[in-house]
Design a binder for this molecule. Sequence first.
Ligand code: PLP
Length: 361
Amino acid sequence: MIKANPMVAAMAPYALPDLSVPDGLEAIVLAQNEHAFPPSKKVQQAVIAAIATGQLYPDDNWTKLRAAISAVHGLNVNNIVCGAGSMELMSSLMLAYLSPGDRMLMTEYGYLFMRTLAKLVGASVDVAAETDYRVDVNRVLQSLQPQTRLVFVVNPGNPSGTVIHNDEIRRLRAALPEDVLLLVDEAYAEFVDAGFHEPIFDLAESGYTIITRTFSKIYGLAGARVGWGYFPSEVREQLRKVLNPSSVSSLSQAAASAAMADQSHALEASRAIAQQRDFLSAAINDLGLKVLPSQTNFILVDFVTPQQAGSAFEFLRQHRLVVRPMLGYGLPACLRITIGTAEQMQLTAATLAGWRQQPHD
Ligand SMILES: Cc1ncc(COP(=O)(O)O)c(C=O)c1O
């Protein structure tokens, strides 16, 4: 047998999530935090137009896309970097900045993929407990080690769906040593209630803070694989050395530029999703189950025991609804449900009510 990188060989096998339902049924997948609606006609047309020059490599400077992002968020185009999903940007950041012996600090329910990446580069991972499924800045600060090079925070959180106020992120940044990188994963930021808090992009202009966002969620382009981040100039320089310059295809760049330019479509989608989220949360609360307050396109439901969560998961699956178990996050009593269309949410609420009526231990 040929020898793999020992870090990789020691990892558990990659497990594809099981999204299957009984034979003959068409699955409704509410397990991936994908968008409830397909891309707009404008986005679809932009992709069709872009294939006309498909013989060329994509623009490795993402010129149009960065201009579209900058126009919406009022950012310096030079500090925007795009990648094949925000995941690629996070991987490249870790490659560029973490070495064996370094430590990364993340929070209890932070994005699991980051742990895998840290291990791959030989760094150790410290985990700060959350309080009520929320990032707790005091605990993050208490968990810092002298070797901590990178602090990773997801806001709003996944799988919690909870959000902390950006003033807390600012407090965290101010209390961290200046040369510790702070990576704030804002994959779900566009779902946060309007007026809840101001953006934190300025932190990337004044110190070692990186903010990543994605087109996979609010913009409904998970299949196109486009993410972007706002980077301090010095960090951008290092990152570009290890980032695949052609990873965002010309079709994906066209799709993302068109989606970014159509803010009213995104806003409408976000409102529709919030309405369905509130409907489903209330319906599940009415069944006597706890739902964490979410400002994202998914909710986390606490079924009290792992047995109850398992039973609800199976019942939903028998009714073609596939949701996400949370064992990997150490939350075996919880299920995460992506917010879908009104029809899908009514079906989910009715099916869970049917499950609740069954005799339970
Ligand atoms: C918290 C969080 N960060 C990052 C990502 C990755 O997003 P992308 O599709 O941009 O790689 C996800 C995807 O589900 C996510 O939930």
